[in-house]
Design a protein around this ligand. Structure first.
Ligand SMILES: [Zn+2]
Ligand SMILES: [Zn+2]
Length: 369
């Protein structure tokens, strides 16, 4: 067993440093993950730019790897052993509350890292909280006693398994929250990794119609959306999206709207309200705007719409996502566009932001490359 790890450490806004760190003393109820892949998503883009909230931090919250060291109590409680290929959720829950018993760790007060500097979430908690190795942009990641572990099914490469987080969101938002099913007409806004995963899951669930929107720079992503099952794609900068949706649906509109955009302001919500069918549509929203001037409340209530928030995923959604990935039903390689080594973490995050490697959709950091 090695005694040190190399980690990429965020030391300030958009600034990474690389340091060799001691591996912690392991107790019987903890484990150590040898990180094979740490996926990079839009949250990394926004978080990387922000000032440090507490101490320095090892980012990387979408982690897949092999259990390198497993305490005997951890092994017994989780049903795992050294060498197992696993996905630890980034939520590290209290383990006692009602949400945790339902597998809804995302709602546990213990994972509220944004408000509570002591709350633990893999990839978000600062190194000030011992033992500090909380992120996947590192050779090794520490797993505390209350880590939530999923075993990865046979036949998945590390890079494929690294898509588990957006795929889990796709299951949660499209199928569980949006209730897309056989016969549903769905509008998916934003062809990034989340939107593409919503597309695949909607297709597999039997949606009658899948429309995916993007902007002019999303041309190649919209082509991938078609390969994943989109019936129609719309460039909202070139076309009148409402008119196109009316034309495609014969004026009826859609049953479900999934907002998978980021930084698009209030436009996706306004489009969603117009695209919704006459009564009882559901819209799952990102809502990255703190306020919404002239919110079309009257139109929403007259249409009898249900609004839900896209907020991570449940335990069950992750299990279904792993199952979806392992089926190789969809050409995932169209989405897993880029891999980078640990020293290129900064560039990997910038590539997801659109300021690095061209054509990035899903980007993986492979610490050992
Ligand atoms: Zn993420
Ligand atoms: Zn809890």
């Amino acid at each position: 067993m090695p005694e040190k790890t190399l980690a990429a450490i965020k030391v300030g806004p958009s600034t990474m440093d690389f340091r060799e760190l001691d591996l912690p003393e392991m107790s019987d109820d903890t484990a150590l993950l040898k990180v094979e892949v740490a996926g990079v998503c839009g949250t990394d883009v926004s978080q990387y730019r922000l000032p440090l909230r507490g101490g320095q931090i090892i980012m990387g919250h979408e982690n897949v790897g092999y259990l390198a060291k497993v305490g005997k109590d951890f092994a017994k409680r989780k049903g795992v052993k050294e060498g197992d290929f696993v996905f630890p959720e980034h939520y590290v829950p209290c383990g006692n509350c009602e949400w945790d018993h339902m597998g809804e760790y995302r709602h546990c007060a213990n994972t509220e890292w944004f408000y509570d500097p002591q709350a633990i979430r893999l990839g978000y908690t600062s190194m000030d909280v011992a033992p500090g190795l909380w992120g996947g942009f590192s050779y090794y990641l520490y797993l505390p006693p209350n880590a939530i572990i999923h075993k990865i099914p046979e036949g998945l490469t590390a890079v494929e398994a690294g898509v588990v987080t957006p795929m889990s969101n796709g299951v949660q938002w499209a199928l569980m929250d949006g209730e897309v099913k056989y016969g549903t007409k769905v509008l998916i806004q934003g062809p990034g990794q989340q939107g593409l995963c919503c597309t695949m899951n909607s297709k597999h669930a039997g949606a009658d119609l899948i429309i995916v929107t993007g902007t002019s720079k999303d041309g190649p992503r919209l082509e991938v959306a078609k390969a994943f099952g989109a019936d129609h794609v719309i460039d909202v900068q070139k076309e009148d999206a409402v008119a196109r949706i009316n034309e495609i649906t014969g004026g009826e509109g859609v049953d479900v709207i999934l907002d998978c955009t980021s930084g698009a302001g209030t436009a996706p919500i306004l489009l969603g309200v117009e695209a919704a069918k006459r009564r009882m549509a559901t819209m799952v929203m990102q809502a990255d705007e703190p306020t919404f001037p002239d919110f079309p409340l009257g139109r929403i209530t007259r249409k009898g719409m249900t609004l839900k928030s896209a907020r991570g995923h449940s335990y069950r959604a992750v299990e279904l996502a792993l199952h979806q990935l392992a089926s190789h039903r969809f050409p995932l390689e169209l989405m897993t566009t880029h891999t980078f080594g640990l020293k290129q973490v900064d560039y990997a995050i910038k590539s997801v932001a659109g300021d690095g490697a061209a054509g990035a959709i899903h980007v993986s950091v492979l610490p050992w490359e």
